[in-house]
Ligand binder design. Structure first.
Ligand SMILES: [Fe+2]
Length: 367
């Protein structure tokens, strides 16, 4: 009985830590984690609970083999590493701090390595049972480090210009439509746009449109097309979701925490067609405030090269009219309700400070 308990108690402890850690991770995995720039080596989400379940089991059996022999000296080290293991879930997922997570997991690496050495001198089996855990931790350390490096605000500032060129609307040559990558971190636009707004607007609303698109396109006449062509081909619910994915991609891609002066080429075109940049902003703002209900306001380039302001309701998009959208503003309430409640005008004024003029300019076609 005592021997059975020596195995069961550590396994139950591991189970409790795993369950509590998973609970802490739930909202982060839904809202925050998808907004992070992650390594291409990151496995699908389903791999993590499976891997951790196996590792926790091995972890429990490992200490059980030592406890059942009456060797209590290593128990404290085992418990300590389990506590730090839990702390990693707290720092990375609950606190959403990649830096604190990285420091914690590095400490955990050292503790687990120390356990392996310590256990090897007492019972080699206990030591070997921990080796997969250490290998997984080294991999997790790399993934955590990558997230820290590539989502750190300083790193973003350096990478922003590169991503301007990398992020394109026609990103989905693969026909399983995926979330567009944000060219900034979730909190990079604070205080003009909060992390909570990004987490909901990008992490939940856009994710839902992407999921619906992937579900609805199967078996439709538009299956296998690029996103842009699905928008042009579809109607009904498929059009609504495809267009919302396309529109939101342009919207999020058109924001920047590092706003630069408007490029001369775009400025000249705006002055030519609206009289001045101030006139353009005034007309655009007027269109955005007066648009009834949900919709979008656009700066588009017509076939003759001239610029125009266009408003569309709901999921409407100028793509259907063969216009070239340069810039768009989402005036659905979900875009501003968290930060500005019902004050759309305040949202518009903040949005002007986030517009990435370089992107709008880059989308202009030579006429
Ligand atoms: Fe939206």
């Amino acid at each position: 009985m005592k021997k059975t308990l020596s195995y069961l108690i550590p396994i139950m402890l591991c189970f409790a830590v795993g369950a509590l850690g998973s609970y802490l991770q739930t909202s982060a995995l839904a809202e925050w984690y998808p907004t992070l720039r992650r390594s291409s080596l990151t496995p699908p989400n389903i791999v993590f609970p499976i891997a951790w379940s196996v590792l926790y089991l091995l972890m429990g059996v490992s200490i059980g083999t030592l406890v059942s022999r009456g060797d209590m000296s290593v128990v404290r080290l085992w418990l300590f590493q389990l506590l730090v293991n839990f702390l990693w879930s707290v720092t990375f997922f609950a606190m959403r701090s990649p830096l604190a997570g990285l420091i914690t997991i590095l400490v955990l690496d050292v503790l687990v390595f120390a356990y392996i050495i310590y256990a090897a001198s007492r019972r080699p089996l206990a030591s070997w049972l921990f080796v997969p855990y250490l290998l997984w931790l080294i991999f997790a350390t790399y993934l955590n480090g990558y997230i820290y490096k590539n989502n750190h605000s300083t790193a973003h500032a350096v990478q922003a210009s590169t991503l301007v060129r990398q992020t394109t609307i026609n990103h989905d040559k693969v026909m399983n439509y995926s979330m567009p990558t944000l060219p900034y971190s979730a909190d990079a636009l604070v205080p003009l746009m909060s992390r909570e707004t990004i987490n909901y607007h990008y992490g939940k609303h856009l994710q839902t449109y992407v999921d619906n698109l992937n579900r609805l396109v199967v078996g439709s006449p538009c299956e296998g097309m690029t996103l842009e062509n699905v928008v042009k081909c579809a109607d009904g619910a498929l059009f609504n979701n495809a267009a919302q994915v396309w529109n939101h991609t342009l919207f999020f891609d058109g924001l920047t925490p590092l706003q630069q002066p408007m490029p001369k080429r775009l400025q000249s075109a705006i002055e030519r067609d609206f009289g001045s940049v101030d006139n353009f902003k005034e007309q655009f703002t007027q269109a955005a405030t007066s648009l009834f209900g949900s919709g979008w306001v656009w700066l588009v380039q017509n076939n003759d090269g001239g610029l125009a302001i266009v408003s569309t309701s709901n999921a409407g998009t100028p793509l259907r009219d063969e216009k070239n959208p340069l810039l768009t503003l989402d005036v659905w309430e979900h875009a501003y309700y968290i930060d500005h409640r019902n004050r759309r005008i305040d949202f518009i004024q903040d949005w002007w400070k986030l517009v990435d003029w370089d992107k709008a300019d880059a989308r202009m076609k030579h006429s």
